[in-house]
Design a protein around this ligand. Structure first.
Ligand code: GDP
Ligand code: IMO
Ligand code: MG
Length: 431
């Protein structure tokens, strides 16, 4: 057994899609286990660009089985539109290569209305800067035991009862928000209309994954978002509404924790964040602008500019511990080419003291001031490097220093958006 989980370490957009695509060459099954179509994963193959939100990155490789686990919040309309888009790019999805958990909770239009209305009405301090996809309200319904689940699409009576309950639950609040009320008959008929397009893909995913493991197949669990956006361990409340750590790979798909051998964390060689919330190493100067342009730091889902900061070794070290990460893939090294002095955050000042951890409460997270170590940059290009000996000595030194500071081996490096421009020092499937 050598299944792995791949998770983001910072605030998302670290290049998970690229690395998952690269590694899925060696996997048989790729499973999404949390989040929904708030994710935006980019894969570049021979100048063709794929942007995936809800679909596992394994779909690009036609011989893999892709799975949407129970931990995902599933928007059936977003699924159909992403499926169409990807089919236009030559990828065909069938019930043989895509399986959706029958117990995944649905994102319904009302969740998007609520998400967007809350963001619109929130004053400055309470605005999260969500993707507006209805993720938070859908997870609220899940833990509130009101959710409509994928398998309910086959049960008309259950569907009607659940939607009637949702209308009762939400309509007073929607009236208060001056938003249109939930029209239960329309929602039921819309769900009945879409059901035949979804139901053929539904499976008892736990059973499928069990069979796959018994047959000696390799599974890659693909995370969305990242540890600092985890609902428990991140910069709460400026987080997403799911657990993003590797432990969720088990509960979010129906396997036990012992099914996951290695956890690969994906970290950018600097830091970005979309939406509100603390970013201690944030850069608002010309270097920030330069890195942002070079790194093409615009959100895949919403097109928003990503905020940018120096690499924060304290935060990454903490995320590695919490996420159960066993090695790191460091991406976007090429974006740092030609910067003379590279800064890495090695501690924080907080109320006159030096601390070596990232505080868990937002008030203290907002107050920490980074302490930087300056490391020499390099003038040669690393873009497109495919082996360690193509990297300048200063880049190797930078990587070694990062390894020391985060207390974890860096086993993969990425030097451009393209699939092949990756240096695999140690294969995470290999033990
Ligand atoms: P994800 O959400 O973690 O999958 O990451 P995104 O796809 O949202 O954002 C990462 C962006 O960086 C995408 O545009 C990728 O094509 C790009 N990218 C990934 N790895 C590298 C790299 O090593 N160098 C450069 N320059 N771009 C990269
Ligand atoms: P990938 O998988 C970056 C952020 C949003 C917002 C917060 C809550 O591409 O790395 P939500 O819509 O989830 O309720 O928004 O989380 N966010 C992401 N930021 N990458 C993502 O996914 C994100 N998914 C959500 O910007 O700050
Ligand atoms: Mg992304």
């Amino acid at each position: 057994m050598s299944n792995i989980a791949v998770i983001g370490v910072q605030w998302g957009d670290e290049g998970k899609g690229k690395i998952v695509d690269r590694l899925s060459e060696r996997a048989d099954v790729v499973v999404r286990f949390q989040g929904g179509h708030n994710a935006g994963h980019t894969i570049v193959i021979n100048n063709q660009i794929f942007k995936l939100s809800l679909l596992p990155s394994g779909v690009i490789r036609k011989d893999k089985i892709s799975v949407i686990g129970n931990g995902v919040v599933f928007d059936p309309w977003a699924f159909i539109s992403e499926k169409k888009k990807i089919e236009q790019q030559g990828i065909t999805l069938t019930p043989q290569n895509l399986q959706i958990s029958e117990v995944a909770s649905l994102i319904l239009p009302v969740h998007q209305v609520l998400d967007q209305a809350r963001e619109k009405s929130a004053d400055g301090a309470n605005k999260i800067g969500t993707t507006g996809r209805g993720i938070g309200p859908a997870y609220e319904d899940k833990v509130g035991r009101r959710a409509v689940r994928v398998g309910d699409l086959a049960e008309l009576e259950t569907l009607k009862n659940k939607i009637a309950y949702l209308a009762e639950h939400y309509n007073p609040y929607l009236r208060y928000l001056s938003e249109p009320e939930l029209d239960k008959d329309k929602l039921v008929s819309d769900l009945i209309a879409i059901a035949p397009k979804i139901l053929p893909y539904t499976y008892r995913v736990f059973e499928q994954l069990n069979h796959a493991q018994r047959a000696g197949k390799r599974i890659l669990f693909e995370g969305a978002q990242a540890v600092m956006l985890d609902v428990d361990h991140g910069t709460y409340p400026f987080v997403t509404s799911s657990n993003t750590v590797a432990g969720q790979a088990a509960t979010g798909s129906g396997v036990g924790p012992t099914s996951i051998k290695n956890v690969l964390g994906i970290a950018k060689a600097y830091t970005t964040r979309v939406g509100e919330g603390p970013l201690p190493t944030e850069l608002t100067d010309e270097i920030g602008k330069l890195l942002s342009e070079r790194g093409q730091e615009f959100g895949v889902v919403t097109g928003r500019s990503r905020r940018l900061g120096w690499f924060d070794a304290v935060m990454v070290r903490q995320a590695i511990i919490i996420g159960g990460i066993t090695s790191i893939a460091l991406t976007k090294l090429d974006v740092l080419d030609g910067i003379n002095d590279l800064k890495i955050c090695v501690g924080y000042k907080l109320n006159g003291n030096v601390i070596k951890y990232f505080p868990m409460e937002i008030s203290r997270q907002n107050k920490v001031e980074p302490i930087y170590e300056i490391i020499n940059g390099w003038n040669k290009s690393t873009k497109g490097a495919r082996s360690l000996n193509q990297l300048p000595t200063a880049a190797i030194k930078y990587i070694k220093r990062v390894e020391e500071l985060i207390d974890s081996p860096i086993t993969i490096l990425s030097t451009s958006p393209a699939r092949e421009d990756t240096i695999v020092i140690k294969d995470p499937f290999a033990g």
